[in-house]
Design a protein around this ligand. Structure first.
Ligand SMILES: [Zn+2]
Length: 958
């Protein structure tokens, strides 16, 4: 699954450092005054959202209390007490018939499940949620009924399970069939078998029905053994009317007329797969199709009027699938692969085997109106879902605690595949941002290990987070650099070969990577390494024995990120490691406890002024010493930031690197420069480096030519500005604005208001013009205003350059008439669905909260509508997490922290198991601490800088 959070990260903060939520609320009085004086868009938007919510959201049902003695709904004891199913009944083959009615918005179905019984039992326990079970039967292997009577079915909703009682014992070693008939309404949310709608240009509303099962919602569409370990074959039949089509994982085998004007589509039997990968859609879409080199038929489906936006996705999918078949050295095993744009979709996309589903914005690309980052996003999402066809679908994690084996890999393979297939998109420029994002979360105490316990559906949903995706990808990147590309690739080929159509754990991956393949296991010699070659590659890193399993456990079994400290004395480097923490300082009492037991096996790399190649060393202890091979002016650790750790130098070390950046920054790669900027400001937040040192370090940016370090540096300044603006600290706000405009004026002035250039150039333009207008730079405001007026005068018919359109809207919306016009346009656009699609609500709330005035309104809104929100966006889902983080982390005062804690305290029973609450409040604490530690330093530094500038100017005048 592709996390939707990434969309926001990519669109709004990909280029900004993770410190981005440094914002604050003025006192209530000031706050109200500001609202009265500034009728800003956020107010209208909020009213708008309110209306929308009133019209469509349902109330959360009450009284879902947990049964103490596991009593079924009819009061009888339920025969199974655990959240996870018994392991002695194994599903082998599902024969599923589904008939959705798009008029009554309901469906009925039947399923015959072939099961293997491993222990004698009278009970079959399986998953079912929200389904009405009409009848249940157990048949023997000859399909003869075991009982004349209808069998009783017990339901236990807290565990989303049902139990079927068979009067005759099911005997160990025997095969049986379970036959169930069921019905339900199409789900109104985004999970299970759910309803989606779209509007045609003529204004007609059309309905479709689609599925989204990962992680635990297959049970909402059919009774099933809904755990990833239970892989089975599926034979699907779908009934529909003649004006619709049906799609499922496999190609159609035949269509049969069954009377009453109905047709039944019968699909080929699937490969063995987990229940969360099953999928079906009934819709009236059209498609474009093409064949890969190896004969896989790829089709892109979309609503008929969006057909012309499907062509880019087809090209990308064809090329990326061919890349993966070669890279993994395993052919894609199905005859077809569909990619379909579903109008209502909560996450970014979903990798169902053979029928991948997407948000429209993750699949459709219109060369006329889509932006550069839209193109990059679509390509990366397709790269992600296609990688899952191997990582996740072919080989699946045993249980959700290891979901990173799916998501970390897919996230990483996005970069590997897109870099290889579309080098012009320069996707690798964005990889550092992925790791910076992971570090933002991982340097808080509320983080979690990559492999974490997750038992119930809420906990499982929360596992789809930046730790699984982004940290997972960064750890794999580190490992690949450590092992070399060839050993890494041959190791994952081995892993995929060994565990295909089966399940794997963390350890299995490490074992596959360290072992090299033997000839009898593989016939394809290209990717096979002899054990001596493999050993040489791995151990050659440090010339000593390395336990890969132990090394990788230090990254997946413990949370957090290490800080490597460096002190140079003559030719000796004194190296140390500790856990990097953002809030607690070493001199505070809590420090020791938070460090206790943390130790990583860190593959260090470094460069010096003396060496033109990187030197490697593995740090497995708390401290160590390295001998340099000559006198050096500077040392830079973590070459290209391939390692997942932060580096802190001693005073001389930082001074030498700062000097190097000023005098000859191209002596370091752009990744090294970006990582220095990043590390310096992270250390400021952690109270380890003073802010003026970091600010001095980035003064070199005036001559920086690469967008990645440039945007990294400016992103920090921008986030400080937003924080100070929200706190209304007028003198510092004024000085920081003056400084930024003076300092980056050349870059700003060199931007054009167009869509020209590479993805990277266009990203730079988007960021810098939006910054300039945010800082009220007159030429920027003038130009934006002018574009907005001509756009408004043409009733929105004149098309704006895509890269700057958000900036133009933002400036235009600062005036009442402009905002009203914009709102009207937004409404028209939103009419495609019903008003605005509810899937966009979390993002809208987040956008409101980012606004200096809106953050307080957004928080009030979340509190008032909490029940409605969790009814739409289940606890643990992407949506609710985005809402919580997006609003709470805008705050930065102790009063606000208290207020936030009070609110979540009042609904403790509901949210106590949610990690995201701890993450959000810890980010808020971080904001408080940051201001407390750094405001005075910033004030003084800016005054000195601006005075210096003035006296320089005076020199010229006199
Ligand atoms: Zn995914």
């Amino acid at each position: 699954m592709k996390a939707v959070e990434t969309t926001i990260q990519l669109k709004f903060s990909l280029q900004r450092p993770p410190i981005n939520q440094l914002t604050n609320q003025p006192s209530t009085k000031q706050h109200q005054k500001t609202i009265i004086c500034n009728p800003l868009p956020s107010m209208h938007l909020l009213v708008f959202i309110l209306l929308f919510l009133e019209s469509c959201c349902v109330q959360l049902s009450e009284g879902n209390s947990l049964a103490v003695e596991n009593l079924a709904t009819n009061g009888l004891p339920f025969p199974w007490s655990k959240v996870r199913l018994p392991n002695y009944i194994i599903p082998v083959h599902y024969h599923l018939l589904i008939h959705p009615n798009l008029t009554t918005l309901s469906f009925n179905g039947s399923v015959k499940i072939g099961i293997d019984v491993k222990n004698n039992t009278n009970w079959v326990v399986l998953h079912s949620k929200g389904l009405k079970i009409i009848s249940a039967t157990v048949l023997d292997e000859h399909e003869a009924h075991l009982s004349e009577r209808a069998l009783s079915v017990l339901e236990y909703p807290p565990h989303e399970q049902i139990a079927i009682f068979s009067p005759r014992i099911l005997t160990s070693g025997q095969k049986y069939y379970l036959y169930l008939e069921f019905k339900a309404a199409l789900n109104e949310g985004f999970f299970g078998f759910y309803k989606s709608t779209y509007k045609t240009k003529a204004g007609e509303t059309r309905v479709l029905a689609s599925t989204h099962f990962e992680p635990t919602s297959a049970r909402m569409a059919l009774p099933c053994f809904d755990e990833p370990i239970f892989k089975a074959n599926y034979t699907v039949r779908i009934r529909r009317g003649p004006s619709h089509i049906a799609l499922s994982n496999m190609p159609l085998e035949q269509t049969v007329e069954i009377g009453n004007g109905l047709l039944e589509d019968r699909f080929k039997v699937s490969v063995k797969m987990s229940s969360y990968l099953l999928a079906f859609v009934v819709c009236d879409f059209t498609a474009v199709s093409g064949l890969t080199d190896t004969g896989v038929n790829i089709s892109i489906y979309a609503a008929p009027e969006k057909w012309q936006q499907t062509h880019y996705a087809l090209e990308a999918a064809l090329r990326l699938l061919e890349f993966y078949e070669q890279y993994f050295n395993i052919l894609y095993p199905l005859p077809k692969l569909d990619l379909i744009a579903i109008p209502d979709f909560q996450s970014g996309a979903m990798e169902n085997w053979g029928l991948t589903t997407y948000r429209e914005t993750s699949l459709l690309y219109d060369p006329d109106i889509s932006s550069a980052s839209d193109k990059l996003w679509v390509t990366m999402v397709i790269g992600h879902e296609l990688a899952h066809q191997w990582f996740g679908n072919l080989v699946t994690m045993q249980w959700w605690n290891d979901i990173w084996l799916n998501e970390g890999f897919a996230r990483y393979m996005e970069f590997v595949s897109v870099a290889a297939v579309y080098p012009e998109l320069k996707v690798e420029d964005h990889f550092l941002d992925t790791c910076f994002g992971a570090i933002g979360r991982d340097s808080l105490n509320s983080s979690r290990p990559i492999s974490s316990v997750a038992e119930n559906p809420t906990q499982i949903k929360e596992m789809f987070d930046t730790v699984s995706y982004d940290k997972g990808a960064c750890i794999l990147h580190m490992l690949r650099n450590f092992l070399t590309d060839e050993v890494f690739q041959s190791g994952i080929i081995r892993y995929l070969q060994t565990f295909q159509y089966s399940n794997a754990r963390n350890e299995d991956l490490w074992d596959s990577l360290i072992k090299t393949c033997s000839e009898e296991e593989f016939t394809a010699g290209d990717y096979c390494y002899s054990s001596t070659q493999g050993t040489k590659n791995v151990y050659g890193f440090a010339g000593e024995h390395i336990d890969l399993r132990e090394m990788m456990h230090s990254w997946t079994q413990q949370k957090g990120i290490p800080l490597v400290t460096v002190k140079q004395q003559g030719r000796t480097l004194h190296i140390g490691q500790e856990r990097f923490l953002k809030i607690v300082l070493p001199q505070e009492p809590l420090w020791a406890a938070l460090q206790d037991g943390f130790l990583w096996h860190i593959p260090l790399t470094y460069k010096t002024s003396h060496s033109d190649h990187e030197i490697k060393h593995i740090l497995t202890t708390k401290s160590d010493e390295l001998e340099l091979d000559g006198d050096v002016d500077w040392v830079k650790l973590n070459t290209d930031m391939t390692g997942y750790y932060i580096v802190h130098y001693d005073e001389e070390g930082w001074a030498a690197l700062s000097k190097l950046l000023k005098e000859n920054h191209s002596a370091l790669s752009f990744r090294d420069r970006a990582s220095l900027v990043h590390n310096a400001f992270q250390l400021v937040t952690a109270g380890r480096l003073s802010l003026d040192k970091a600010l001095d370090l980035i003064t070199y940016l005036k001559s920086e030519t690469h967008n990645v370090p440039l945007l990294q540096g400016i992103g920090y300044l921008q986030s400080f500005y937003k924080l100070i603006e929200k706190r209304n600290i007028t003198d510092v706000k004024h000085d920081l604005k003056t400084y930024m405009l003076q300092y980056f004026r050349e870059v700003i002035d060199s931007q054009t208001w167009s869509d020209d250039g590479t993805v990277s150039d266009r990203k730079l333009r988007e960021e810098f013009l939006s910054l300039a207008c945010e800082l009220h730079y007159p030429p920027c405001l003038e130009k934006a205003q002018q574009l907005f007026l001509s756009w408004m005068e043409s009733s929105g018919r004149v098309s704006l350059p895509t890269d700057v359109s958000e900036t133009v809207y933002m400036v235009g919306a600062q005036h009442e008439t402009g905002w009203l016009f914009l709102l009207e346009k937004l409404l028209q656009l939103g009419m495609e669905g019903s008003l605005i699609k509810k899937q966009n609500l979390p993002t809208l709330i987040y956008m409101v909260a980012r606004n200096p005035v809106g953050h307080f309104l957004a928080w009030d809104f979340v509190k008032t509508h909490w029940k409605d929100l969790v009814a739409k966006f289940p606890l643990g889902s992407f949506g609710i997490r985005e809402i919580i983080v997006g609003t709470v982390t805008q705050f930065s005062s102790t009063e606000e922290l208290k207020e936030v804690k009070n609110f979540f305290g009042s609904i403790k029973e509901q949210v106590s198991q949610l990690r995201v609450i701890h993450v959000a409040t810890e980010n808020l604490e971080k904001n408080i601490v940051w201001l407390h530690r750094n405001l005075e330093t910033m004030r003084t530094w800016l005054q000195q800088r601006l005075n210096q500038k003035k006296s320089d100017q005076n020199k010229y005048i006199f």
